[in-house]
Structure formats: C-alpha cells, structure tokens
Ligand binder design. Structure first.
Ligand code: ARG
Length: 466
C-alpha cells in the first residue's frame, strides 16, 4: 500500500507521512530544485561523508553502517561523474535524490545517514563548499588575467598614448601605465574574493533544522574533515545566513564592472575612429549584411553580462531582506544566481586572459592621437611655475598659447620661440624639451606616475605578487 503522496516512481516523498494528499504536478515542479541543484552533488557527497564519519566517531553510527555509506557514496560519485545518475523530480532536490539512491544501494544504513542533520544545514554546507571551490578557480582566473595585462604592459612601457579625462585628450601616458591601472583593479578584486572566502569557509552543519540536535555531535571534527576554517556559531544564523553569497556576488559585480570598463575601452580603441588596437579574429564576428565589418563581440558581451551579475546581486539582497529567522524555502532561490555568477565570471576571466594576449597595438595611431590635443599644455604651465610664475598665471598664459596654436592648426611645439615669448618672457629655448611627449612622460617620475621607469617598477612589483 502506498501513502497518498506517493509519486509516480512508486516511492513516497521523504516527508509524506504527515500529508493526506500528494502535491499537484505543477506544485511539485514549482517547489523542486533538482533541475539546478544537481550541480551541488559532489559537495553534497563530501558533506555527507564527513557527517557520517563524525556520527561514527561519536558512537552514533556503527562501523559497518559507516563502511556501507562510504562504499555506496563512492559508487554514486562514479555514476554521477559519468553522467549515469538518473535525477528524479519526484525526489525534489539533490539531497533527497542522493539519499534515496544511497538507500536503494545499501538499505538501512542509508536511512541512518540523516541522523542529527537537516537539509537546512546540509544545503548551507553544500553551497559553501561549492563557493569555496569556485572562488579558488576565480582567483586563478584573476591571476591569469593579471599576467596577461602585465605582459602586455611590459611590451608597452614606453608606448605613448593620449591619457583622457572626459574622453578628451588630457596628458600623455604610456599604454603600459594605462594597462597597469587595470592590474590594480584586479588586485583589489582578488583581495575582495580572498576576504569573502574567509567567511564562506565556515561550517553550518550541526545546526540541523534550526536549533541544533540532541545527538552528541562533534562539529569541530566535521569542520576539520571538510577543511573549514571555523564553525557558524549560532544554529539559527547557520541555516539562514546567506551573507557570504551576497558578498560574493558583490565582489563579482565589482570585478565585472572593471572588465566592462576595459571592454568599453577595447571597443573604442578598435573603432577606426581611434584605431589604437586590433583584436584577434577569434574574438570577433562579422556581419551577415555588411561585408567590411569586424565586430568586437567578446568585449561587448562582457559589458553586457555585467548587467546579469549586477542583477544577481540585487536578487540575493532582495531574497534575504524580508526573511524571518531561520530557514525559509525562499533560500532555495539563492542557487541559480550563485551558479550563474560563478559561470559568468569563470568564463569571462578565461576568455579575457586569452583575448589580452591577442591584441595588436598600433603605436603610430596612439602617437598621432596624442599630438592632436595639446597634451603637453600642463607641462608648459609647470615649466613656467618652475621659473617662478604663479600656477594660476601660468595656466592663463598657456591657455592663450593653446588658443593661438589651435586657430592656426599647430601644436604648441610648432610655435616659434618668439611667438611663445610673446605670452611670457620667462620662456626660453629649453621649453621645447618640455613640450615633447617623451619629456612629458619622463617628468612624471614618482611612485604611481606614468614615466616609463615608474611603469617598469610597477610591473616588477606586480610580477612579485603574481
Ligand atoms: N532544496 C532546498 C534548498 O535549496 C534544500 C533545503 C530544504 N529544506 C526544507 N526544509 N525544505 O534550500
């Protein structure tokens, strides 16, 4: 005789005893998470094995039962990895699927595994194990991207390009310096991820449903088995906390924002209007109607995918904001945003590290652009200040010189000495060194400046960290 909530596969739902009628098909689909949380399987097995080992350690589970659980889980792991495991909607989620399959293999020992545990602390443990692993992969991806950026920066420590403010030519910088700005951003991203990992890496298991358990569990034992740095110290918080996932998606959003900014620059630089770089063909696509087109699809998609990661951050914040303690089913909605954030980041970083190595730089176009915007005007003002002219007066002198040069289609360096001296008698023929791009670059020779020597020093510091 089957119970009223017996699903089509013949076995009753794990919680069916309490109910007088089964859920409808649509409610079953609506409440199930197996379609996405099967991805936690490896971590679910890892957590269950640690829990079982602890139960035996404290004398709650026999040696034979533990051995049976270990043998059954090893078989299940092999089947899951080989894609031979049949995930069942009737079993609702990854936890119940695995437990049922284990019990089918080993009998009563499988039914004893859930002693002193709830799916509430089980799922919190699984996500933390998953995210810890993901963060380690993301950190490796960040490192690869930084390496690509530093390599490119090293090749272009002397390559001059316009530095922009308001997207107007401001002052000359080196392309290497510009790239190293992104290395700084990625260094902070890695710090944020590593910091977030410290709070991810704590054990919720042992909180059971919400209040803890009456069994004599040893949480420190489980934490050691699973490589956690610490234990969630309040059982109610342990099962309901998702701060770590919010922190992770926040760090992910900032990281994507950085890559989105770099993408925007790559797109601009590849436009013929700039013509500063070319991207390797394998990161671009053509147009089905315009034969001449080569479109920077990959950076455009990185820019676009930043939106979905930002969305996941907002989704998780919203998911948590109205929840009373402790676990609520709302929490099941945490998984897809987390998974998609991880997938987006790992793919984006892998593609980016490769794309950066395939950039062709066009130094002549960069130099031509920086010649067009009076980029050394500040250098002329600084020159006058060094000769005793107050900065505000020097600014005015240079502004008038720029207006004259501009109206006659010339650069500041094209003005004759007599013309310059008409603006200020303090100007002598040593001014022309100051007006060159190389002179301007070399002058900014302090920590964090764009002088090629400083860029090389920054690259050396970055390499040491990598
Ligand atoms: N699938 C659930 C989740 O993802 C597992 C925990 C279910 N707990 C419960 N009491 N229904 O959150």
């Amino acid at each position: 005789m089957s119970t009223p909530s017996t699903p089509p596969d013949g076995s009753p739902a794990a919680w069916s005893g309490r109910f007088s009628e089964p859920v409808s098909e649509i409610v079953k689909r609506y409440t199930a998470s197996i379609s996405f949380d099967y991805r936690l399987a490896e971590f679910d097995i890892q957590g269950s094995l640690a829990h079982a080992a602890m139960l035996h350690h404290v004398g709650v589970l026999s040696k034979d039962d533990l051995a049976a659980i270990q043998r059954g889980m090893a078989e299940l792991r092999t089947e899951i990895r080989a894609g031979q495991f049949n995930w069942s909607l009737d079993k609702e989620d990854v936890h119940l699927n695995i437990e049922a399959a284990l019990t089918a293999k080993i009998g009563d020992a499988g039914k004893r595994l859930h002693t002193g545990r709830s799916r509430n602390d089980q799922v919190a443990t699984d996500i933390r194990l998953y995210l810890r692993d993901a963060i380690d992969r993301i950190l490796a991806g960040l490192n690869a991207c930084q390496t690509s950026l530093v390599d490119l920066a090293e090749q272009h420590a002397d390559t001059v390009m316009p530095g922009f403010t308001h997207l107007q030519v401001a002052q000359p910088v080196t392309f290497g310096h510009h790239l190293m700005a992104y290395v700084e951003m990625l260094v902070r991203d890695a710090e944020r991820m590593a910091d977030c990992r410290r709070r991810v890496n704590r054990l919720p298991l042992g909180a059971a449903a919400l209040a803890g358990t009456s069994f004599p569990i040893d949480r420190a034992f489980v934490a050691r088995e699973l490589g956690f740095d610490g234990i969630c110290e309040n059982s109610l918080d342990a099962v309901s906390d998702r701060d770590f996932a919010i922190e992770f998606t926040a760090a992910a959003s900032i990281l994507m924002m950085h890559l989105s900014r770099l993408s925007e620059e790559l797109i601009l630089w590849m436009s013929p209007r700039f013509g500063f770089i070319d991207l390797a063909d394998r990161f671009c696509t053509g147009s089905s109607i315009m034969p001449q087109k080569k479109n920077p699809d990959v950076p455009e998609l990185v820019r676009g995918k930043t939106g979905r990661v930002n969305g996941h951050l907002v989704a998780l914040l919203t998911l948590m904001k109205g929840q009373p303690l402790a676990y609520n089913k709302d929490n099941q909605e945490d998984k897809e945003p987390i998974f998609d954030t991880v997938d987006t980041l790992t793919d984006t970083l892998a593609i980016y590290a490769d794309m950066l190595t395939g950039i062709t730089v066009k130094p002549d176009a960069m130099r031509a652009a920086v010649m067009q915007g009076f980029a050394t005007a500040t250098d002329l003002a600084d020159y006058l200040v060094k000769k005793g002219v107050p900065f505000r007066d020097a600014h005015e002198v240079v502004a008038r010189a720029v207006r004259t040069a501009d109206s006659s289609g010339r650069d500041l360096a094209d003005l004759a000495l007599a013309e310059l001296q008409a603006f200020s008698p303090m100007i002598t023929d040593d001014v022309y060194h100051v007006l060159t791009l190389e002179g301007s670059l070399a002058a900014r020779d302090h920590l964090g400046g764009t002088a090629p020597a400083q860029v090389r020093a920054a690259i050396a510091r970055a390499r040491k960290r990598l």
